[in-house]
Ligand binder design. Structure first.
Ligand SMILES: Nc1ncnc2c1ncn2[C@@H]1O[C@H](COP(=O)(O)OP(=O)(O)OP(=O)(O)O)[C@@H](O)[C@H]1O
Ligand SMILES: [Mg+2]
Length: 242
């Protein structure tokens, strides 16, 4: 028997009434990879993330992580297994400080207040927010809120992080900083699955890209290959291939 991949999505579908938001999607992810998911608005990217991290159950299909079936496991147990994520619409607890927001996640693996406090401090240092630790999260800029989302995921000490459009709305130099952050976290062993619209980012993580359209996987390959695939180009132009 061969070992299961680190993450395996096997023929996963999710229906909402008459709509098939995720349509028989399969892919594998190996430990240490950075895999990008692209596709037009409404393609099913966030829904696919929700199936992986447990906010939604698949209508059919299987998802396994580190050799275990997880598609019926509640989200907090998936976090314990090593899955972290960011949300497309970042919703920090505005009245809490930046550090307190991160501590909420740090309590997953640190029972004591001092340990969680220190863990949150270390994580905020890693994402470049140490100087904002004691500010209310509601006062952070957009780019800082994105970093806070990453910090909240990191506080869970995950092995795999799912980033949902974490670069959206950032300027070019902020995007470069987040790309560098992802590479440095990846170098210390964290695997990444990211949803991205910014093609500069997709090209930076060029080795493997999956393209979704109308819920289905329509292409998979290097950034260079998928971005010149006629089916991918017509999906982005809103035209169906002939
Ligand atoms: N909870 C839900 N109930 C009903 N329909 C939903 C639900 N969540 C998503 N959908 C629909 O499923 C489809 C896929 O949505 P999803 O948010 O996964 O797309 P996306 O690829 O992340 O898009 P975007 O690039 O705009 O973030 C859309 O048609 C959306 O309206
Ligand atoms: Mg989305």
């Amino acid at each position: 028997m061969t070992a299961l991949p680190f993450l395996q999505v096997d023929d996963a579908s999710r229906r909402f009434a008459g709509l098939v938001a995720v349509d028989s999607v399969s892919f594998d992810l190996e430990r240490g990879e950075i895999l990008s998911i692209i596709g037009p608005n409404g393609a099913g990217k966030t829904t696919l993330f929700n199936l992986i991290t447990g906010q939604l159950k698949p209508s059919s299909g299987a998802i396994s992580f580190r050799g275990e079936r997880i598609d019926r496991v509640p989200p907090h147990k998936r976090a314990r297994l090593g899955l972290g994520r960011t949300f497309q619409i970042a919703k920090p607890m505005a009245a809490l400080t930046t550090r307190e927001n991160v501590m909420v996640g740090a309590f997953l693996r640190h029972r004591g207040f001092a340990d969680a406090f220190n863990k949150a401090g270390a994580v905020l240092g890693e994402v470049g927010l140490a100087g904002r630790a004691d500010h209310p999260a509601g006062e952070l800029t957009l780019s800082e809120r994105r970093r806070l989302e990453v910090a909240r995921a990191l506080a869970l000490e995950p092995e795999l992080i799912l980033l949902d459009e974490v670069m959206a709305g950032l300027n070019a130099s902020e995007v470069t900083q987040v790309i560098d952050l992802i590479f440095s976290l990846n170098a210390r062993g964290i695997t990444f699955l990211l949803i991205e619209h910014n093609l500069k980012v997709v090209r930076a993580f060029s080795r493997r890209v999956i393209v979704l359209d109308h819920g289905a996987k329509i292409a998979e390959g290097s950034a260079e290959d998928v971005l010149r695939d006629p089916q991918v180009i017509s999906a982005y132009l809103g035209k169906r291939p002939q």
